[in-house]
Design a binder for this molecule. Structure first.
Ligand code: SAH
Ligand code: SF4
Length: 364
């Protein structure tokens, strides 16, 4: 953090992207006692980014925070609650260049864990034809502060309006599976990972964070070197010609390159790489698809997660029938491959995988 105040046209530093030493630096510059940094950070960790709500800090510091930083990079526009407890949040961005653009995050509660699915970009740079986000084009990368702020806003919401007793009421896991290709935004994603894992921050371990990528191999290598979190790969076909169409980045980074890259990824003990495979009727669910997938998987280190296709208005594919999905899973299992069928959550509020597409036309 090098600046405290910039001209009106430039983006201010975002409070949610600051760590303890950044805040201590600011306190020193503002001639405030050092312990105030920890007080401010404690509020942030609870999900409170508005200085007016930080009860134990003096007015002069509140003013400083408000005038020198962008304290709240996101504005909650809408929250939708699914019958299964899943909550979808639509946020508008506040920073000048992307003001009013919208992104989405989802909270998925289970009995013993609470997973937040976060967005990393407005839209997506890539163009997978079965993905709703992909159809909206790319508008911009989220900053580290905007990515972290999604998690903080959900923490605050859960304190304000808790889940029912049978569901977990805090954020224990994070998945970068919302809008966007996380590894096409290394600055924002690496920065947010550092904050989410920080000892003085949310202290989430690398074992509880998963980055999902369509397979940008140089970026996967760098992620492994800097923040070796869990990895999920949007595979969707193990046949190059088919994957070229379904996941077009395959033309640049084909399967063999992906294979070598995955073999070298540093896994935490007892962790695996997830290969995500959305089953599309008649497209990638045939016997030759299964055989190719079985050949591709490294069963020692990788599990297959079969995903039910989530339709959206105008989507050009149909999902494979439930029974055939189960059969596909069984066939993999019989070949010694760990395979699960992902239960889709929050479908009734369009919060399921690949359904996220905020109306980015914007609000004022
Ligand atoms: N861009 C990253 C992360 C976001 S997409 C990636 O592609 O991995 C999160 C997951 O949802 C990916 O596995 C993606 O392939 C899957 N997905 C996209 N559209 C979908 C749809 N319509 N139905 C089911 N899954 C979908
Ligand atoms: Fe982008 Fe992932 Fe959707 Fe492909 S599946 S368009 S990489 S968000």
């Amino acid at each position: 953090m090098t600046q405290t105040r910039k001209t009106a046209t430039a983006d201010l530093a975002q409070l949610s992207a600051l760590n303890l030493s950044d805040l201590q630096g600011l306190m020193e510059a503002w001639m405030q006692p050092k312990f105030r940094a920890k007080q401010v950070l404690d509020w942030c960790n609870k999900g409170i980014l508005n200085p007016a709500l930080m009860k134990n800090i003096p007015d002069v510091l509140r003013d400083r925070l408000l005038t020198s930083l962008m304290c709240e990079p996101l504005r909650l526009i809408r929250r939708e609650c699914s019958a299964d407890g899943t909550r979808k949040y639509v946020f508008a961005l506040n920073r000048p260049r992307l003001a009013g653009k919208m992104i989405e995050a989802v909270f998925i509660p289970e009995e013993k864990r609470g997973t937040v699915c976060i967005s990393s970009q407005v839209g997506c740079v890539l163009d997978c034809p079965f993905c709703h986000t992909g159809t909206q084009g790319f508008e911009g990368n989220l900053s580290a502060g905007e990515i972290v702020a999604q998690v903080l806003a959900i923490k605050a919401d859960l304190r304000h309006e808790p889940m029912t007793d049978d569901l977990h009421n805090d954020v224990t896991h994070i998945v970068y599976m919302g809008m966007g290709e996380p590894l096409a935004n290394e600055e924002g994603v690496h920065g947010s990972l550092a904050i989410l894992m920080d000892e003085d921050g949310l202290k989430l371990s690398r074992r509880r964070i998963t980055v999902s990528t369509s397979g940008l191999t140089p970026q996967i290598e760098r992620l492994g070197a800097v923040h070796p979190v869990n990895l999920a790969i949007s595979l969707h076909s193990a046949i190059d010609e088919k994957r070229d169409l379904l996941v077009p980045i395959n033309r640049k980074h084909p399967l063999q390159q992906l294979r070598d890259c995955l073999n070298a990824y540093p896994l935490a003990t007892q962790r695996h790489i997830t290969l995500e495979y959305v089953l599309l009727d008649g497209v990638n669910d045939q016997a030759d698809d299964l055989a190719a997938l079985a050949r591709f998987v490294n069963p020692e280190r990788e599990w297959v997660n079969l995903i039910q296709f989530n339709p959206y208005p105008g989507s050009p594919y149909r999902g494979t029938a439930k029974e055939s999905m189960n059969q596909f899973a069984q066939d993999l299992i019989s070949k010694g491959i760990r395979a699960t069928v992902r239960r889709s959550r929050g479908q009734d509020i369009m919060a399921a995988c690949g359904q996220l597409k905020a109306d980015t036309k914007g609000v004022s």
